[in-house]
Ligand binder design. Structure first.
Ligand code: UTP
Length: 453
């Protein structure tokens, strides 16, 4: 993009202030700024500005109701599992990981997936995900394409991490990295914020950016070429996720669902998980912050929470639905944040108070477009323990504990009683490579025994 073109497009969009330091910039800074301007998505920026102008006088929404949630009986589980296995074996399943986030709560410098979580080996989150796919490929004698979404901030480090670990045993031809979009932040007046005289402040466009990015980077075309029919979606911070869980996939396929959502019973009424609701015949995700106290605490006659289940961002998409959604503009979510800002004299100010608006798209906003949604309940002790915070709830310590107590149960079911503490934790750290045993059935087949030395 030339300077004249940049001027034109900024002028057309009321953002000429972006060039106010132009004369003072050196050649490198000018080139960088022009490149950033060329990459701006002015259509979305216009929507962002519109959002800031119209205040929060939202239309009165009708009362949401709790949706039907499937709790599989043993027989139904077996049938769904067999259907899912057939889908996987036929090479129709792809795995999609979103790992473009900034992991600010954990406070880890690198990509969150490179964070060490193996209780014995210290292996990273990516290892546990990748090794499950290795295990699935072996078990079903199939190639499972793995798409990993990164962002500008962690793309190079993520690729290097996979290289350094020899792709954890995956076939590198089946691993595709693709980058989500980045968006500028706006000030109160809807103006793009510069964080340096020659640089626009940018941040990832949210996990809802996945669909646009998949389309833009040719991943949807790649899936189509490979004959993918069903896509398993998950987040980087949960090493206990049952990747491509056959029962989940089988149920989704059998019901011809557009999207399926795994749900677990919330720990407390206001736990920080989204809640799937039905409203006016459509599904939607309500964030926990948007539930009123009455809704969050409402109980059924049996004394259970009415909105009992939370979503843990484990989904299955039909490829056709995903492709159709990729063309649509998703809703925007705004957050008032502290954004480093370049003052008029060119100095960079680190604000003490929220001074800018960041915008994101959320993947679950496709729910209202889905004709058929399957909500499947699962046992969180088996599949969900995310690494969100550095300490306390949902931290590396709780995650390692939960991983190991799950493995303890596997050993017990395989006839091996490991020594445990009074609190039920293993006395010795333990770890199982998912490619060695994907589940308790695999472990039992190994015929291992415990030998006292
Ligand atoms: P979180 O909402 O937990 O955000 O992301 P985060 O960035 O990982 O962590 P915090 O909030 O800064 O502490 C849930 C999942 O969505 C991905 C993350 O990588 C994680 O797997 N994500 C989030 C993206 O891929 N892109 C985004 O823009 C945001």
């Amino acid at each position: 993009m030339t300077f004249e073109q940049a001027k034109q497009v900024l002028d057309n969009n009321g953002q000429m202030h972006v060039l106010r330091f132009w004369d003072a910039l050196d050649i490198g800074e000018r080139a960088q700024l022009l490149e950033q301007i060329a990459g701006l998505d002015f259509e979305s920026i216009a929507r962002m500005r519109g959002m800031l102008k119209t205040s929060a006088a939202a239309a009165a929404a009708s009362e949401p109701t709790a949706p039907a949630v499937v709790e599989l009986t043993a027989d139904a589980h077996a049938a769904a599992y067999a259907a899912g296995e057939a889908e996987i074996r036929a090479g129709k399943v792809a795995v999609l990981l979103v790992a473009g986030g900034q992991g600010s709560r954990l406070g880890y410098e690198g990509p969150k997936g490179a964070y060490s979580i193996g209780p014995v080996t210290g292996r990273p989150l990516f290892y546990f995900h990748a090794r499950k796919i290795v295990g699935l490929c072996r078990r079903y004698s199939v190639r499972i394409p793995f798409y990993v979404m990164t962002s500008d901030a962690n793309d190079a480090a993520t690729r290097a991490h996979f290289e350094d670990h020899n792709f954890f045993g995956l076939d590198r031809n089946d691993v595709t990295f693709f980058m989500q979009g980045m968006w500028p932040a706006l000030d109160e007046a809807g103006r793009i914020i510069l964080d340096q005289p020659g640089h626009i402040f940018m941040s990832p466009d949210g996990h809802g950016g996945t669909l646009t990015a998949l389309a833009k980077d040719g991943c949807l075309a790649d899936m189509e070429r490979r004959g993918i029919h069903t896509v398993f979606y998950f987040q980087v911070d949960n090493p206990m996720v049952e990747i491509a869980d056959p029962a989940f996939i089988g149920l989704h396929v059998a019901r011809h669902a557009d999207i399926s959502v795994k749900l677990c019973a919330k720990r407390e009424p206001k736990e920080g998980l989204g809640v799937v609701v039905e409203r006016d015949g459509r599904f939607e995700m309500v964030e926990y912050t948007e539930l009123t106290d009455e809704q969050a605490n409402r109980r059924t006659a049996a004394g259970e929470l009415y909105f009992k289940y939370g979503s843990v961002a484990i989904h299955v998409f039909s490829f056709a639905f995903m492709k159709a959604e990729a063309d649509k503009a998703m809703p925007l979510h705004v957050a008032h944040k502290k954004v480093p800002m370049c003052a008029d004299d060119g100095t960079v100010v680190k604000p003490e108070k929220n001074n800018g608006y960041k915008f994101e798209k959320f993947i679950f906003d496709v729910l209202p477009d889905a004709k058929t949604v399957v909500n499947l309940a699962f046992d969180r002790a088996e599949e969900f323990s995310p690494v969100k915070n550095a300490a306390g709830n949902d931290s590396p310590a709780t995650c390692k504990h939960d991983m190991q107590t799950k493995w303890l149960r596997w050993f017990k079911a395989a006839g091996i009683q490991m020594p445990v503490t009074a609190a039920g934790a293993p006395v010795f750290p333990m770890e199982i490579d998912p490619a060695y045993a994907l589940d308790v059935t695999d472990l039992k087949k190994k015929g291992i025994s415990l030998r006292a030395e």
